[in-house]
Design a binder for this molecule. Structure first.
Ligand code: SF4
Length: 466
């Protein structure tokens, strides 16, 4: 659920064909729409006829860009919001990253994690490369610069042949804005067209296009490089190894419900998971309730399919911002009460079906169940709109180590007892497969079938490919 899993980044790039108009303000609005993908830092790099100017800082978009911080000249700009899963949490590791190399001035923003980051860094360090941060994104930047003797396109192609893992990149150099998606398409990236003027948008999610009143053109394909310059938009053919494995957690939890990811409505996907859950097991209950916000579409779907009315019982405090790990139980309980208010009328004396998008550690869900009990709920039947999370992610989603996952630690009965619920039901892997349709997704956190070799403890590599 929301407090237990974190996405690490959102990226955006804007190209305004009118060279007198600055792209940074549009990137700024787009970053607001992508804020859910990272709240630790934000940054914008603007390209003014090949000269890059960069602003970044720790905090939310609105905290970083105050006053004149948006006075960045240039009709091309890229932006980034970050939750760190690799690298430290200092401003040095905030993105975009910028460099001056033989190709010119270059800025890059990255979403995802590389599985061979350590060996790449070692290789680059041995070759004399200097690093300013601890992010794997800086290795990508170095590789592109080093291997770009025949231009930026070949630099990117060569870098892509060396890096392994998940990456969505936006870059700007010279008169170009460039988007890159890894050959597995693990994280999303779409292309939009500005409607009130000539220009293009590259973004992690379509919700950023909506915020800019831009029209959806298409998704960037796995392994594809798209280039926008004065001539317009063109694409380099994806490598023949490309095979789509979109992270299913993008649909389960990360993406905003109003986004369309690789042709799938996030809202509808979650609603259908809820409908499937209702079909798996009949529960006698009075109200279907969601853990807000990501559990809401699944709860609506569950209510629709089961005929049990949907009711709001938990209201999320949207103004609380980020929370920190609080030192004792009393303070943590208080934090849940501030974060989630209750509507007692819908809870007291009621038998509840409580829907969450997923159960990872179960710690926050346990506090929510207690909160509902304190408000007088008669029965609480917890339902997760995804299967048991049994494996860690190596591709940029901050899942805990395997041994900390509740589905690994405990049996179903023990989970129920730990949560303080009357029953616990997970969406079955079969139901998830039905909702997904074609097998175009990475579901490794549920089934352990990673789309590529991943590192395991002791620096070994596990090959459990789907
Ligand atoms: S392992 Fe899980 S979180 Fe990571 S990419 Fe695959 S489905 Fe997504």
């Amino acid at each position: 659920m929301a407090d237990e899993l974190h996405e690490e980044c959102g990226v955006i790039g804007i190209y305004r064909m009118d060279e007198t108009r600055n792209a940074a303000p549009l990137v700024y609005y787009g970053l607001y729409a992508l804020q859910h993908r990272g709240q630790e830092s934000a940054g914008i790099a603007a390209n003014n006829h090949g000269s890059i100017e960069l602003r970044k800082g720790l905090g939310l978009v609105g905290e970083v860009f105050r006053g004149d911080a948006l006075n960045l000249a240039g009709n091309i700009a890229i932006g980034h919001v970050r939750y760190s899963t690799a690298g430290d949490q200092s401003v040095r590791s905030a993105q975009p990253l910028a460099a001056i190399c033989r190709l010119g001035e270059l800025a890059l923003a990255h979403n995802g994690n590389l599985v061979n980051a350590e060996s790449l860094r070692e290789m680059l360090t041995d070759e004399g490369a200097i690093f300013h941060s601890t992010t794997d994104s800086e290795s990508i930047l170095n590789l592109i610069c080093q291997h770009g003797t025949r231009g930026i396109e070949s630099g990117i192609r060569n870098a892509m042949s060396l890096i392994k893992g998940a990456y969505v990149l936006v870059l700007t150099i010279g008169d170009k804005l460039i988007g890159v998606r890894d050959p597995y398409g693990l994280h999303p990236m779409c292309i939009g067209k500005l409607t009130k003027e000539e220009g293009y948008v590259l973004a992690s999610e379509t919700c950023a296009l909506e915020a800019l009143d831009a029209e959806f053109v298409r998704d960037v394909q796995p392994g594809e490089i798209v280039i926008i310059d004065r001539e317009g938009l063109h694409a380099l053919e994806p490598s023949h190894l490309s095979r789509k494995n979109l992270c299913v957690f993008e649909l389960v939890y990360f993406a905003r419900p109003d986004s369309i990811v690789d042709g799938v409505s996030v809202y509808d996907f979650r609603r259908r998971c809820g409908m499937k859950l209702a079909g798996q097991r009949k529960i006698d209950a009075d109200v279907v309730m969601a853990v807000p916000d990501s559990g809401i579409p699944a709860a609506i779907g569950y209510a629709e399919a089961s005929g049990i009315p949907y009711g709001e019982g938990l209201i999320k405090n949207k103004y609380m911002g980020r929370t920190f790990i609080l030192p004792d139980q009393e303070q943590r309980d208080a934090a849940v009460r501030i974060k989630l208010a209750t509507i007692k009328h819908n809870i007291e004396g009621k038998r509840l079906v409580l829907i969450d998008d997923s159960i990872v550690r179960g710690t926050t869900l346990r506090r929510i169940v207690k909160l509902l009990r304190d408000e007088g709920a008669k029965e609480i039947h917890v339902c997760a709109a995804s299967p048991e999370v049994r494996y860690s992610c190596y591709f940029g989603i901050d899942t805990p180590h395997r041994e900390k996952l509740i589905a690994v630690q405990k049996s179903p009965e023990e989970i129920c007892e730990y949560l303080g619920a009357d029953s616990v039901t997970y969406l079955s892997e079969e139901s998830l497969r039905d909702v997904c349709g074609e097998d175009l997704y990475c579901k490794a956190c549920f089934d352990g079938k990673y789309p590529m070799e991943v590192p395991v403890s002791g620096g070994e590599v596990s090959d459990n490919r789907a």
